[in-house]
Design a protein around this ligand. Sequence first.
Ligand code: NAD
Length: 391
Amino acid sequence: MNQKPIPNRRNFIKRFSLALGTTALGIPLLNLSSCQSEGGGNEQAGTADQDQQEQANTRKLGIALVGLGQYSKEQLAPALKETKHCYLAGIVTGTPSKVAEWQKAYNIADKNVYNYQNFDQIKDNPDIDVVYVVLPNSMHAEYTIRAAKAGKHVICEKPMATTVEDCQRMLDACRENNVTLAIGYRLHFEPYNQRVMELGQKQVFGKVKSIKADNSQDMTKDSPDVWRLDRKLSGGGPLMDVGIYCVQGACYTMGRDPVAVTAQFGKVTNPEYFKDVEESISWQLEFPDGVIANSNTSYSTEANLLAGEAENGWWRVSPAYAYDGKEGETSEGKMDYPQVFEQALQMDGISQSILENKPTKVPGEMGLRDVKIMEAIYEAARTGKRVTIPA
Ligand code: NAD
């Protein structure tokens, strides 16, 4: 698979160092521009940069998916057939019956198939550069840390973890082992959401005055016996799963981190499903200059909106967070951007940043920030008080 041997690969693929221009919580400010290469530097640096660019253009990173559930099977693996900078090299599964089908569909060698017990042996496998953790939320920390200890770069699905402490342990492990930690925030690679980042952060219609972000998915049509409704595995209800996109949307509209939040749990209308996690929750995120982002997320209705109002205009993307079919409008007319395979662009974008030793647009620090915000939202809803979000 287009694998040119690279001298001194370990030296070349190093952990990124965080970019200049970060928010208080350490997130690169204008994510739109953080993928652009930086100019300047001396001639030697230019040559080294060109070398890295060339390597990045000719070599594909081998990705191993950990957890072969719905998202891996229906989105990530097919996306890895389209990517230019990475490919599906390995799988990690606890279900042996899935192995043959995956090996056949993706031409995966026997030596690149692992289970949860022998997973740590992946450290001796040069075919695998990146481990992509696609397991239930509470398992993200363990597998990210084990992957980091095996010397592999990590992409971890959202939410990064179910507690701030776990996020911190994951960041520490990746830092100690000199590997990248990126979060599977695909919308940073998608044109409609990128346009919202531009409209808000570059103040195209003047200062942002307010944001509305809703994301709800009805879970009550299927069985209640799923990990998403089990707090031990999910860490919470719709907020952790789909509401996180509203938190993200508000932050990337503003290009800043929120400072405080108020929140309210919705009524439980279906106790058979919502014994353990919230059925719905609303919250109001406050940004430093008083801008409020109003959001709601629910597991018993459907919604999919990211909208903003600025001094001289407005925008509205709906659906904003779905895998495809994005539609949007601004005060100047219909938004018209290509529909893209965003998981392919996301994995290519992250792989390129690893290959070129540049910061990723979606670092672990961003995942930690969002888990801090979600913990504050839950605390605000539980206490009925305005909760300050720690920096
Ligand atoms: P899923 O239930 O379809 O798959 C989960 C996988 O984990 C299965 O292969 C299952 O066998 C395995 N697993 C291992 N131990 C398990 C346990 N104790 N209980 C249950 N399953 C166990 O879930 P999914 O929809 O693929 O979600 C996986 C992760 O991906 C979650 O963190 C989710 O938030 C994330 N996700 C992200 C997106 C996105 O758009 N970025 C979309 C869907 C899911």
